[in-house]
Design a protein. Sequence first.
Length: 202
Amino acid sequence: MTLIVGLTGGIATGKSTVTKMFQSVDIPVIETDKIARELLKKGTEGYEEVVSSFSRSILLTNDEINRKKLATIVFGNPQRRNTLNEIVHPRVESIVRTEIQKHKELGTKIIVLDVPLLFETGFIDLVDKTVVVYTTFKKQKERLMERERIDKEYAELKISSQIPLNRKVDLADYVIDNSTSILNTRKEFNEVLKQIEVLEWD
């Protein structure tokens, strides 16, 4: 049987770092954010539907979707966010299910499903075990401010718009602490990997 591991965390907790660690040991990772980006490229059905719903004001000069502008529109506006999710999520889930089936047919032992909003969406129903990448609120805020070049207040607002990270930790089967050094993160990753690899599936 194929074990499907759901990988998630909070914004700027370092989930992409752990994703690369799984890939470095030849465990395939299905990245829902990458799938969503492909689905919104110019010329796709998803693109046309999003532009129709949000107007051409969200487009760059090359007519591709300005993802930052779109994110700003849906942030703090549940109705607009739901509109976007209704367009994107079913398409992403369809591709994810196809990828999972492909790996099962190939006899892949472990698949990682990288989903930023794993606990908030129906993707939780697709996984057998969950891993949360954790960091402190202070580190999370600092990383987000640096990465997106935003001020402290806006960073705190973006973080608070998600399920509290401590709540995700409580829900997770495994936790990888990414709040100190990369060496410590790798050590915790290796410990989690050992536990995952010894699971027996009938």
